[in-house]
Design a protein around this ligand. Structure first.
Ligand SMILES: Nc1nc2c(ncn2[C@@H]2O[C@H](COP(=O)(O)OP(=O)(O)OP(=O)(O)O)[C@@H](O)[C@H]2O)c(=O)[nH]1
Ligand SMILES: [Mg+2]
Length: 392
């Protein structure tokens, strides 16, 4: 394998902390020449040289010269050295530049993760973790890093090898049912509030976000653009979109806002249709409900006496009196994630994992046991490794 050999014989430097101002900037130097290379550029403050110390001993010193940048350096193992300096882009760039000038190849932090973790699913979980916005989503990704999804897929492969096809099918279905949640571990859910003008959409968004993100006014047709706010609901990352009120006889500007609103609705993970509890129920309201049958219906302004007419079931809120908000958030959470994966459960969190599971599902449906095993094996072992063949 000449390519793999070439990589194994290279000495590479990877920035481990993001560019920008921070307290610390860390770099890793990996490869057969790591210790010698860093030793040639590092001036320890004490007597001991880097090549003399045992693994994980921390040495303080300067970079390149006695009056160079202050750094602490530690040898993690004979092929890996870490350098920690003051945060800030210039200092870490200078250290990186001197290492590449001395022969190291520059890589990205993603390359470093890939180099440390050859197993595709734990590797991808580490890469995905930087995009987790809440503790809850980070916790689920940490489970995947620790082998939750990998373990469940290996279990399915074992089921296939033992001809337990029903069990394998159920296990695949269970994982696929969690893939929608998995997709949103790194990408927020999109929840769009829509309804007639003046029903209190902007007021509700502001009440949920806890600050006046959108303009509220007694004048119908106040919101024209799509106004978004990012928050977490029950630990799930959510982008809330406030949209222009939808009505039949609108002026040109309002119509442009409504076109934007409809685009936003089409891309939503959840539509919340807001109605004015104080106004009579209308045929236009029925049309809105018919247009988005899966929407969550909210009757806002429940502090006002109910308007005439029979209205569909829905939550009652008052944005101005802050009533019914906890119930609304609870219902949004339930609609977004109806079945919360148990702690430690496998959750597919990339499109490739979901696609691989679907391929396996289809292969099983077509009676192709071996094809299903191969698709699952590629997820666990990557493209190069041979998967133990199934019995079929
Ligand atoms: N009584 C009462 N008034 C409310 C409530 N929520 C909003 N309002 C009032 O209703 C009016 C319209 O509120 P907005 O939040 O601007 O309504 P909107 O649906 O965003 O309106 P457009 O942007 O025009 O589509 C304002 O005067 C609000 O103070 C509520 O729960 N109860
Ligand atoms: Mg508005």
């Amino acid at each position: 394998m000449p390519v793999a050999m070439a990589v194994a014989n290279e000495t590479c430097v990877y920035p481990l902390t993001p560019p920008g101002r921070a307290a610390l900037a860390s770099l890793a130097v990996c490869g057969p020449g790591a210790v010698a290379l860093v030793d040639s550029l590092f001036r320890p403050a004490g007597q001991r040289r880097l090549s003399d110390v045992t693994a994980n001993r921390i040495l303080f010193g300067h970079w390149m010269h006695g009056d160079g940048e202050e750094v602490v350096v530690t040898v993690r193992d004979p092929r890996q050295v870490e350098i920690h300096g003051h945060g800030g882009t210039a200092a870490s760039r200078a250290i990186l530049g001197s290492l590449t000038a001395a022969g190291a190849k520059a890589g990205s932090w993603q390359d470093w993760v890939a180099q440390q973790e050859p197993r595709p699913i734990p590797r991808d979980a580490q890469l995905a973790l930087v995009h987790a916005r809440t503790e809850r989503t980070a916790g689920i990704l940490l489970d995947q890093w620790q082998g939750a999804l990998e373990g469940e897929i290996q279990q399915i492969i074992r089921s296939l090898q033992c001809d337990q096809l029903d069990a394998a099918r159920q296990q695949i279905d269970r994982l696929l049912n969690r893939s929608r949640t998995g997709r949103h571990l790194t990408r927020p859910f999109r929840v769009v509030l829509a309804g007639q003008p003046n029903v209190g959409k902007s007021s509700l968004i502001n009440a949920i976000l806890g600050y006046p993100r959108a303009i509220v006014n007694a004048q119908p047709g106040t919101t024209r653009d799509v106004v978004t706010g990012t928050t977490a609901i029950d630990g799930w990352p959510v982008v809330l979109s406030d949209t222009a009120g939808l009505r039949e006889h609108a002026d040109e500007l309002e119509t442009a806002g409504m076109t934007l609103a409809v685009g936003e609705l089409a891309a939503a993970d959840l539509v919340v249709l807001v109605f004015d509890h104080g106004l009579p129920w209308t045929a236009a309201n029925d049309n809105l409900c018919g247009g988005w049958p899966g929407a969550l219906v909210v009757h806002n302004k429940c502090d006002l006496p109910g308007g005439a007419g029979e209205r569909p079931a829905g939550l009652r809120t008052s944005a101005t009196c802050r009533r019914g908000l906890a119930e609304l958030l609870n219902e949004i959470s339930l609609r977004l994630v109806p079945a919360v994966p148990p702690r430690g459960a496998g959750v597919p969190f990339t499109e490739a994992q979901t696609a691989g599971l679907r391929t396996a599902q289809q292969a099983l449906l077509a009676g192709d046991q071996r094809g299903a095993g191969d698709a699952l094996g590629r997820l666990v072992y990557g493209g190069q490794r041979d998967v133990p063949p199934g019995k079929a």
